[in-house]
Write a protein that binds this ligand. Structure first.
Ligand SMILES: [Zn+2]
Length: 190
């Protein structure tokens, strides 16, 4: 799992804490860990992707992906980050993992521009789904509380989360996330 992270990120003083938050702590530590993030990190490793820490000059510009690698906003790893801050960083990473692993757009295979646009929106839906599951596992809020409440409603209605793309939960969340991404919101995330 560690190898999914670039060396520079591994050398960040917050890195051991970030790994512990994702892996979960010893019993009684209060750190549940996230199977969702661990699974997607494994897939990223198999795909040869890496997670990089953006330089200080890019602080505040957001966490991004280029379809292969992830670039973490340094603001998400402040000095001596708390477990809650580390969990928020892990959830932000998971959103981008969702884009790369589950929401790969394959624009080049789209039959026309409209289909390419829809594939982009669906990718956002998959990323939102994965972010929601990771946030739920780690017990921290999503970046966008409005979106979290929307997906929580689907979670309750469909009887729980699922990462199976053919599950009702996935279909409903991807549709809702795509629709949500196509409308305007304060502080949208890429
Ligand atoms: Zn996104």
């Amino acid at each position: 799992m560690k190898d999914a992270f670039d060396t520079q990120l591994q050398n960040n003083p917050d890195f051991p804490g970030l790994l512990t938050v994702i892996q979960g702590g010893a019993q009684g530590s209060g750190l549940p860990g996230s199977a969702e993030i661990r699974s997607l990190l494994h897939s990223l490793e198999l795909a040869g992707g890496r997670i990089f820490l953006n330089p200080p000059a890019e602080a505040g510009l957001g966490t991004k992906n280029d379809g292969h690698n992830i670039y973490l906003d340094p603001n998400l790893l402040p000095p001596n980050a708390t477990n809650a801050q580390l969990a928020a960083a892990a959830v932000a990473i998971d959103h981008e993992l969702g884009h790369i692993i589950d929401g790969a757009t394959h624009y080049q295979q789209a039959a026309n521009p409209d289909e390419a646009a829809q594939r982009g929106l669906n990718s956002e839906g998959f990323a939102d789904r994965d972010e929601y599951i990771a946030a739920k596992e780690l017990g921290v809020p999503m970046d966008d509380p409005q979106l979290q409440s929307l997906i929580a409603g689907i979670d309750a209605r469909d009887g729980g989360t699922s990462t199976d793309p053919n599950s009702q939960f996935s279909k409903d969340v991807v549709a809702a996330g795509a629709n949500y991404a196509s409308t305007d919101h304060p502080a949208p995330r890429p």
